[in-house]
Design a protein around this ligand. Structure first.
Ligand SMILES: [Zn+2]
Length: 162
């Protein structure tokens, strides 16, 4: 018997697709299935209903279905006050971009002494962080630090070329 984490990719996708179907009468909430943090929230709703929203990145309309909410809050135990801000396509892209940044950070931790003077590496990291920020709208101080570092290295290079 296949274990849950061994579910083939195509089956995982059809499961996710099944969450996209609408539930006209909503799905009753079972607060006992919420995380402890959610149970401490002020949110007082009885039923999950399909919620439409506009993607913060591409401005397309999307729906956070009742089924998806049930899955997010009662199975994945997400915090009940957390909602969707990106459409599924942008959410997917955002995750891929985050993974790419995490790979850079891992490399940085392993090879910091060489990479701290590698302008191409630093510039790539800086660009990826800036791009990523357009999805999250959260300021990352690393962007400023990298900018300063790159400017210093470039100034040094110019001096050496004179
Ligand atoms: Zn979008």
């Amino acid at each position: 018997m296949a274990r849950k984490h061994n579910t083939p990719k195509h089956l995982q996708k059809s499961f996710k697709d099944s969450l996209l179907t609408t539930e006209p009468n909503g799905i009753p909430i079972n607060r006992e299935n919420w995380s402890e943090k959610s149970q401490g929230s002020w949110t007082w709703i009885e039923v999950y209903t399909d919620k439409s929203y506009r993607c913060r990145y591409c401005r397309e309309k999307a729906v956070f279905t009742a089924k998806e909410q049930h899955y997010a809050y009662e199975v994945k135990k997400r915090y009940i006050d957390q909602t969707r801000v990106l459409c599924p396509a942008c959410f997917y892209i955002m995750h891929a971009k985050r993974d790419a940044i995490q790979a850079i950070e891992k490399r940085w931790r392993a090879e910091k002494s060489q990479l701290q003077n590698d302008v191409a590496f630093l510039r790539d990291w800086h660009e990826k962080l800036q791009d990523f920020q357009r999805y999250t709208h959260k300021w990352n101080n690393m962007i400023t630090s990298l900018q300063k570092r790159i400017e210093r290295l470039e100034a040094k290079e110019e001096l050496n070329n004179d």
